[in-house]
Design a protein around this ligand. Sequence first.
Ligand code: GRG
Length: 279
Amino acid sequence: MARVLPRERIPPARLHEAMCYAALGGGKRLRPALVYATGEALGVDVQLIDGPACAVELIHAYSLVHDDLPAMDDDDLRRGKPTCHKAFDEATAILAGDALQALAFSCLAEKPAAGADASTRLTMVRHLARAAGSRGMVGGQMMDLEAEGQELDFAQLENLHIHKTGALIRVSVLLGALCGAQEDDTVVQRLDHYAKCVGLAFQIQDDVLDVEGSTEELGKNSGADQRLRKATYPSLLGLAEAKQHASVLVEEAVEALADLDARADILRGIAHYIVDRRS
Ligand code: GRG
């Protein structure tokens, strides 16, 4: 990530500083971990997966910068530090997010991934664009904004999160898989099922932590969902049932990997980590 980001001192320095601040300032790195772990499960040399791994994390970093803006969630704390627009200013944060998104696609186009010929790289670009755009994450964010103060039923809430959080998690696994297999291989379908389950479980745990976690543990303000009157899994199902639902999804995710050998253990570990994590 540090290698692909522009140097902070190169003009426009303030923009480059804001990009590095947003992208290199911590975080769990879940999405790139999924890209690497999926490659590992398929026997791909993980050293060769940096391009897609950086691409998904850069999209994620941009989404957090924009999500924290006053026009969206209006948050002042992210990863234990002032949000990008607080550390810089709103206009710089918007531009930094825009530039991080563009950089993500250049990582796929310019940095050869393992086994990725030009046509596979084009497939990766197509999938990432869809997952990040209006039929994926950004579409989910729009649904989220429209749902503020509304009552959602379970299917509507799930659909929102399949887009807002799930799409990027799902494409992370897919990009890792494309480094070692063809799009229509059965193993890719199984990995995709794993990713769908893990994406939803991740969001449920995120909702649970927003209720149970402290601002200090999370590195972001806890209780934000209630303040913004957002529909969440705990508000819809209750805390205990939300946790139970997440555990069932994790089991389903691990089952989807049944045909894979011990090289898929990191993916199995990530599935469990998703619901055990405290931040
Ligand atoms: C603004 C274009 C745009 C999209 C925003 C992803 C997203 C869509 C908003 C983030 C808001 C949020 C709290 C979503 C819930 C799940 C989520 C993505 C949490 C943050 O991801 P983590 O926990 O963050 O992986 P770290 O900091 O660990 O990388």
